[in-house]
Design a protein around this ligand. Structure first.
Ligand code: IPE
Ligand code: IPE
Ligand code: MG
Length: 246
């Protein structure tokens, strides 16, 4: 049994899908008198720690918000650094991903990524497609509104061409046109964690979060620990999910 597994009693229900808005890298760096990119580098290292722990804890899908469709508006030096991070991440972490049987997915507008970034991300998806353990799903160049607009547009195209009947459009068909359709029945997060003390969604999984439990942690992402994750899972277990019922 792993260290992290030992911290959870067997009667605790582990969320199948945990999503994390990994926020606070810049402030973490500032606090240390370092440039913002140092925070992103440290944040990337923490992805390795938390993803490994989540896998050991029995999480089925870990979605990590890594870059939003709005983050392009940051200074180009920072954007360029963030676009290079996947090269570093998969270059160093791939052996562990294979060892841990973790499968990589990406949710986002990958067509709009710089060539090198897109290639490295899609190669990680390809290289881990035989893995049967936890899905590590990176939301990269992801935005919830753009995702919904994209789904609506594709449904309209299909309706106009006659391949679907508009009156057949329902929740399931709509969800099937979202960028998370590859996650199938696990597309909706059970638990959302946002670090850094901000209490907002910032355009993350607007459709999928309809009935997600939310926890806002004060730690900046590079300081978020496995113990914090375990505590959040315990808090999730204490929640009463009613889905509008009684
Ligand atoms: C989250 O940290 C990482 C990304 C958005 C890429 P931030 O870079 O937003 O850090 P803060 O919020 O400025 O501290
Ligand atoms: C959300 O954080 C995006 C990611 C963590 C990738 P932001 O830092 O971009 O969100 P705001 O600007 O505080 O809402
Ligand atoms: Mg931020």
């Amino acid at each position: 049994m792993t260290e992290s597994k030992r911290q959870l009693d067997s009667d605790i229900s582990v969320p199948k899908h945990i999503a994390i808005i990994m926020d606070g890298n810049g402030r973490w760096a500032k606090k240390k008198g370092q440039p913002r990119i140092a925070g992103h580098k440290e944040g990337m290292n923490n992805v390795k720690t938390i993803a490994t722990a989540a896998s050991h804890l029995g999480v089925k899908v870990l979605s990590l918000y890594a870059f939003s469709t709005e983050n392009w508006s940051r200074p180009s030096k920072e954007v360029n650094f963030l676009m290079k991070l996947p090269v570093d991440f998969f270059g160093t972490f791939m052996p562990d991903l294979i060892k841990e049987n973790i499968r990589v997915f990406v949710t986002g507008f990958t067509d709009h990524l710089p060539d090198k970034t897109r290639k490295v991300v899609l190669k990680a998806v390809e290289d881990t497609k035989g893995n049967t353990g936890m899905i590590l799903n990176f939301a990269f160049n992801y935005g919830g509104r753009a995702e919904i607009v994209n789904a609506a547009k594709n449904l309209a195209i299909e309706a106009a061409s006659g391949s679907i009947d508009p009156s057949d459009i329902d929740d399931a068909m709509f969800a099937d046109h979202l960028l998370t359709n590859h996650l199938k029945e696990l597309a909706d997060p059970d638990l959302l964690i946002r670090t850094s003390g901000e209490e907002r969604i910032s355009n993350f999984m607007l459709w999928q979060l309809a009935y997600t439990e939310m926890i806002f942690d004060d730690s900046y992402w590079p300081d978020f620990t496995v113990d914090d994750l375990v505590e959040d899972i315990k808090e999730f277990d204490r929640r009463d999910r009613r889905y509008g019922s009684v």
